[in-house]
Design a protein around this ligand. Structure first.
Ligand code: DNO
Length: 377
């Protein structure tokens, strides 16, 4: 297993690479070209420059005696253009042009040494929460999903609320360009079914997977967040059965999962440990975090420790360790601690401290499981 940490790039993140370097166990930076829109081909030069910014040690760090290096083997995400999901021209781009650009991007990422590319297949929106800085009983804040708010508000009102809530930072998947086209997309999805989505999903996978095989880049879909339909648009990566269907759409091992256990567990019928065990050999990347449900359908993001919420993070890490999981894994959305939301103003969920604490907890379970197995052998 390789432990990763998501980083948005120089000038685009409140956490520095030097800070990440000091978190024990982190080897991989999970990155993206966040200014690139879905549907565009990424340029080789910008891929190489983003990767060398991660892998090279800055001179002043080297002078201070720092030797620890990070790699840049995981990209989260290369976003899928809506024309691919809808199977027709939309927002001025045809599905086949968008797929060709996706293939070009995969070829260039593979040539540059990227091993896993994460993406999602959600219509219109990426992840959704109703509050970014929800107060917790211990004085920290965390992201919160309030069902009644989503039920009551129109998608447009939610977009406005998200924008007002994010302190001027663009949230991943909520790029202004994408949201500006909201009305065209909303119209395009009217009457669109789950079966339509799966048919277009298969067309996409069949087109791109041969490139993944040739360039040794594993494609890894992130579950819908939250994992149920919103606003009448079909979501097809929500349940255990959906994950199995997606893997069957194209049987190549290069068609795999970014098993995000916080997203997946936001629907209480989904069982995190069972999913890890069931899909182990097709999990290329995993996000491990914890959430706590309320009976009314709300959920809040809590600390990584199992007892804090409803995701059995101990069982999850034991299952990975017992199977000798060799993919990538990262902590996910942390709470905002020790005043960092007023002092540093991180991206919601992507502060430094709680993710660093989370990593130590996850690695503790991993290390203990491995040590236990050794002593039993
Ligand atoms: C939110 C993230 C998502 C995720 C994408 C993957 O913090 O978990 O934005 O990166 O859905 O494509």
């Amino acid at each position: 297993m390789k432990m990763g940490f998501r980083w948005y790039g120089e000038g685009n993140d409140t956490v520095s690479l030097d800070e990440i370097r000091q978190i024990p166990g982190v080897e991989t930076i999970v990155w993206s070209l966040h200014h690139r829109q879905a549907g565009e081909a990424w340029e080789t030069a910008e891929i190489e420059s983003a990767m060398s910014a991660i892998t090279q040690l800055p001179q002043d760090s080297a002078q201070r005696g720092v030797t620890k290096r990070l790699d840049a083997e995981v990209v989260e995400s290369v976003n899928v253009h809506e024309s691919i999901k809808l199977g027709r021209t939309v927002l001025g781009l045809s599905r086949d042009e968008a797929i060709q650009n996706y293939i070009t991007t995969l070829e260039r990422l593979g040539s540059a040494g990227v091993k896993v590319v994460c993406y999602n297949f959600m219509p219109v929106f990426d992840w959704l929460r109703t509050q970014m800085w929800h107060p917790l009983p211990d004085g920290s804040t965390a992201m919160f999903y309030e069902k009644a708010v989503v039920d009551r508000l129109s998608p447009q009102a939610l977009i406005d609320e998200m924008a007002a809530n994010s302190d001027g930072l663009t949230l991943p998947g909520w790029e202004p360009e994408r949201l500006a086209s909201f009305h065209e997309l909303n119209d395009a999805y009217q009457g669109f079914t789950h079966a339509d989505m799966y048919a277009n999903y298969k067309y996409f996978l069949d087109a791109v997977i041969p490139t993944c095989e040739e360039y040794d880049v594993k494609l890894a879909v992130h579950p819908d967040d939250p994992p149920f339909d919103l606003f009448g648009w079909p979501r097809v990566v929500s349940t255990k059965a959906d994950l199995a269907t997606v893997l069957l759409l194209n049987d190549s091992p290069y068609n795999g999962l970014t098993l995000c256990l916080g997203s997946f567990s936001a629907n209480p019928v989904n069982d995190a440990v069972d999913a890890v065990k069931t899909f182990m050999d097709r999990i290329h990347f995993s996000h491990v975090r914890n959430i706590k449900h309320s009976a009314n359908g709300d959920f809040v993001e809590v600390a990584h420790r199992a007892q804090e919420g409803d995701v059995d993070t101990v069982g999850v890490m034991q299952a990975y360790a017992e199977a000798g999981f060799s993919g990538y894994l990262r902590p996910d959305h942390g709470r905002h601690l020790w005043d960092e939301n007023t002092t540093r103003r991180p991206r919601p969920g992507y502060g430094l401290y709680d993710r660093a604490l989370g990593i130590q907890y996850l690695l503790g379970v991993w290390d203990a499981t491995i040590a236990n197995r050794r002593s039993l052998a």
